[in-house]
Every structure is written in structure tokens, then in C-alpha cells.
Ligand binder design. Structure first.
Ligand SMILES: Cc1ncc(COP(=O)(O)O)c(C=O)c1O
Length: 457
């Protein structure tokens, strides 16, 4: 069939923002309507309907091109449709897709596991258990802690997000709606304050007084939690994010995890670090734990691990292996296609120095965001590590009262200007480009974001 020149799509996805029809356009509206009819409610935040993508750019069904600074919620750390990962999956598609990796054997799974043990922090021996998502990784981490320590109680942090299945949900504490009507979850989880420098229950400015903030949290755990109602010898582990993701991109003071580790070691507990959102170079190091000088006993991974093919994993000290077969398993964990995508992702990240670029471009992004903060009083904070950055909107810089409506409007108006962003916490927007982003693309994003801010004020 002949296609007229005017309706033919360009060969490739454009390398620039191009909004032809105010989104959502007519084709997008139809698909959104059908989505509402056939799909159960989840957490949709913008009416953008993707059609194809490359690198930092996404084209929607109406032919609009967006700059994607949401990266599929920190999944596409190498950008959309990375050629090396695409090639690895395409090759594998003609050989073997699935072979029950928990029951049978294949080399691709072993290779991916070995590579994960190489890149994760800690010079000790490690072992991997593959899952399909972040929540499942945390479920596996919880089981490892229970089976190794024989203890049934745990500590999580206010503002933390660890997933939505019953065990991981019991640790999640970033929004009440996540728990609405689901009580009780897994028993035995208590929550303590996270050292959030910008907003914390102690009223301490943690940027000005980081040590005081850390001492308060450590004191709270030792004197109040362990001192009044939770016997520390009953506690198997702490589950914590090195930088809180869904809680608002909260970076704790530098020495927090070293102090926390002292408590954990003194009680024979384990440190379970949830790096589902922070891992794979997002923060300018392969894993965010490395910024804080700690080596977790178990690291939970998912999101960017296989560039968008569903996969998760835990990497644990080899001494924490399940004591017998059958204590944990699943059907799809370590699926062949996901395994080759994982290995190709790690290889490409190393070859392209994606982590180094995250650190370098992260600094540039932070500088550009701070320039915006200098211009607009409603931006109360710019925070993050590497290319895991966020801006927080406030009603008043003195009180730091969250400006949630303004934040939501900036997210929407930026989208209409061709920039895809995702909100986080009460009043922040995350800016998380692929790790191979270039500085001119960051400039393009800042320009669209500033237009979004101006249109919202
Ligand atoms: C830190 C963290 N842990 C766990 C999860 C849950 O991952 P999933 O949605 O793949 O289950 C998320 C998801 O956002 C996350 O950010």
C-alpha cells in the first residue's frame, strides 16, 4: 500500500523535542480510554502513550517526540533500545528463551550471576538469587535474613519504599495509600526515622548539622526502639535504601551508614540494602552503598539490571546461602532472555563508562538545577547523587512546607513542553536521564523544565 509522504514516519526517532499536537493527541486519547476500560487502576501519572524510542527520546502515537528524563522509573540507565542489549536479546531469541533456571542449568544465568558478583560492593564471596522485580528481591532478602539468623523481627525506615507484596510492603513507608485497607501485613516490622536532612521529625537542618541528625537517629534506634520495646536479639536485619527513592530522593549524611553498621554488628543483625532504584550507576557509582563506605550483607536489585527486560536479583554474602534446597524458588528468575540482557547491560556500562558519565553529567545537571533554584523561590531544595537528582517545591523556603499542587503542575506543563519527568515524595520531581546523556540534552531538558515552572507559577 502506498503511504503519502506527509503521513510517513521519519526513519528514526528524532534527536530533539518536537511537539506537533498538544498532548494527549487524538490517538493517545483513544488508547487511554481503552486502557481505562481494560486495565485495573495502578499509578498512572502522565497521559503519554509511547510508540517507539531511542536513547533519551520517545515518540508518542501522535508523532510527538519527548525528551525522557524519567528513564522508565530509573530502568533505562543505558537509554531506550540500547544497540548492544538489543543485539544480545535478538541473538538469544533464536536459541533458547526459557529453561526453568531454578531447576535446570544454563550458562547465560551463571554468567549474569558472576558479573553481578563482580560489580557489587564487598571483596567477600557472593551468591545470587534471581527474581523478576524489586519487590520480589526484597522478599528474597527477608527470607535470607530469617533463615540465616532464625530471628523474626526487622527494622525499616520512615520514607522508605521497598515494593508492594505483603512482606516488602510491611517495610514500605512513603505514602499511606500504599497500606490503605491492607493491614495487617507481615508482622514484626518496626519503623524508625531516616536521617532526612531537609525534613525530619527532629526539626534539625541536616545540611547545616549532619552529625547532630545522625546522632539523633542512632539514639532513637538504640535508646527508644531497642531500649523500650524491641529486643535487639530478636531483630534479624535492617532493610534500608542508601538514598530514598519514592520517599523523595533523600540523601542521608555521609557517615550515617557507618554508624548504623556499628549498631547492626553489635547485635549480630544483617544489613539488607535496597539498591533497586539507586543501583547500576544511577548515583555516579555502580552502587550507592559505595558513597557511604559500607558493604551490605545482601543487596536487592531490579529496575536497570537488564535495561528494561523484567529481572531482579539479590546478591548476598556466600555465607548467607539458603541452608537447604527448596527454601526459596520461582519460575522465571534468571530467565535466559533476561540473563543475556543483564550481562549485555553490565558489559555496555563498563565499555561506555556509563557510571563515570553519570558522575560527570550529574554534577552538570545539579549545577543547572541550582541555577533554577536561584531564580525561583518555590524551589526549596536541589538534592541527589550523580544522575539521581530532584528538585523540591515549597510554599515557603523558611518553613519548607511542601507545594504539592505546584509540583504536579510543573510535571504536567513540562510534559506538554516535551519533557517527561516523574514526581517523588510529597513535593519533589526527579530528574533521571539515561546515564549516557550529553550536556546539550541536559540543557534541552532544563529549558523545557523552566518553561514548565514559568507556566505553573
Ligand atoms: C527502592 C525500591 N525498592 C523496591 C521497589 C519495587 O520494585 P518493583 O516495582 O520492581 O517491584 C522499588 C520501585 O520503585 C524501589 O524504588
Amino acid at each position: 500500500m502506498e503511504t503519502s509522504i506527509s503521513t510517513r514516519r521519519p526513519e528514526a526517532v528524532k534527536n530533539e523535542i518536537d511537539i506537533k499536537v498538544t498532548p494527549p493527541g487524538p490517538k493517545a486519547k483513544k488508547i487511554i480510554e481503552a486502557d481505562e476500560k481494560y486495565l485495573m487502576k495502578s499509578t498512572k501519572s502522565l497521559p503519554v502513550v509511547g510508540s517507539r524510542a531511542k536513547g533519551c527520546f520517545v515518540e508518542d502515537v501522535d508523532g510527538n517526540t519527548y525528551l525522557d528524563f524519567a528513564s522508565g522509573i530509573s530502568v533505562l540507565n543505558l537509554g531506550h533500545v540500547h544497540p548492544a542489549v538489543t543485539e544480545a536479546v535478538q541473538k538469544q531469541l533464536n536459541r533458547l528463551w526459557h529453561f526453568a533456571g531454578t531447576d535446570y542449568y544454563y550458562e547465560e544465568q551463571v554468567t549474569a550471576a558472576r558479573m553481578l558478583t563482580e560489580i557489587t560492593p564487598g571483596s567477600f564471596g557472593k551468591k545470587v538469587f534471581f527474581t523478576n522485580s524489586g519487590t520480589e528481591s526484597n522478599e528474597a532478602a527477608i527470607k535470607v535474613a530469617k533463615s540465616h539468623t532464625g530471628r523474626q523481627q526487622f527494622v525499616g525506615f520512615i520514607g522508605g519504599f521497598h515494593g508492594r507484596s505483603q512482606g516488602s510492603l510491611s517495610f514500605t513507608a512513603s505514602r499511606p495509600v500504599h497500606h490503605k485497607g491492607y493491614f495487617p501485613g507481615m508482622p514484626g516490622v518496626v519503623h524508625v526515622p531516616y536521617p532526612n536532612p531537609f525534613r525530619n521529625p527532629f526539626g534539625i537542618d541536616g545540611y547545616e548539622h549532619p552529625d547532630e541528625l545522625v546522632n539523633r537517629v542512632i539514639d532513637y534506634i538504640e535508646k527508644w526502639t531497642f531500649g523500650t520495646y524491641v529486643p535487639p536479639e530478636n531483630v534479624g536485619a535492617f532493610l534500608v535504601e542508601p538514598v530514598q527513592g519514592e520517599g523523595g530522593y533523600v540523601v542521608p549524611p555521609k557517615n550515617f551508614f557507618i554508624e548504623l553498621r556499628k549498631i547492626i554488628n553489635s547485635h549480630g543483625q544483617l544489613l539488607l540494602m535496597d539498591e533497586v532504584q539507586t543501583g547500576f550507576g544511577r548515583t555516579g557509582k555502580f552502587f550507592a552503598s559505595e558513597h557511604f563506605g559500607v558493604e551490605p550483607d545482601v543487596i536487592s536489585l531490579a529496575k536497570a539490571i537488564a535495561s528494561g527486560i523484567p529481572m531482579g536479583a539479590i546478591v548476598a554474602k556466600d555465607t548467607l546461602d539458603f541452608p537447604e534446597s527448596g527454601l526459596h524458588s520461582n519460575t522465571y528468575g534468571g530467565n535466559v532472555l533476561a540473563s543475556v540482557a543483564c550481562s549485555a547491560t553490565i558489559k555496555a556500562m563498563r565499555e561506555e563508562k556509563a557510571v563515570e558519565n553519570s558522575a560527570k553529567q550529574g554534577k552538570y545537571l545539579e549545577t543547572r538545577l541550582k541555577e533554577l533554584m536561584d531564580k525561583y523561590d518555590s524551589i526549596g531544595d536541589v538534592r541527589g547523587l550523580g544522575l539521581m537528582q530532584a528538585i523540591d517545591f515549597v510554599k515557603d523556603r523558611g518553613t519548607r512546607e511542601p507545594a504539592t499542587k505546584l509540583r504536579d503542575s510543573v510535571e504536567y506543563k513540562s510534559f506538554q513542553n516535551g519533557l517527561l519527568l516523574l514526581s517523588t515524595g510529597q513535593s519533589a520531581i526527579r530528574i533521571i536521564p539515561p546515564l549516557n546523556v550529553k550536556s546539550d540534552q541536559i540543557d534541552m531538558g532544563i529549558e523545557a523544565l523552566e518553561r514548565g515552572i514559568k507556566a505553573s507559577l
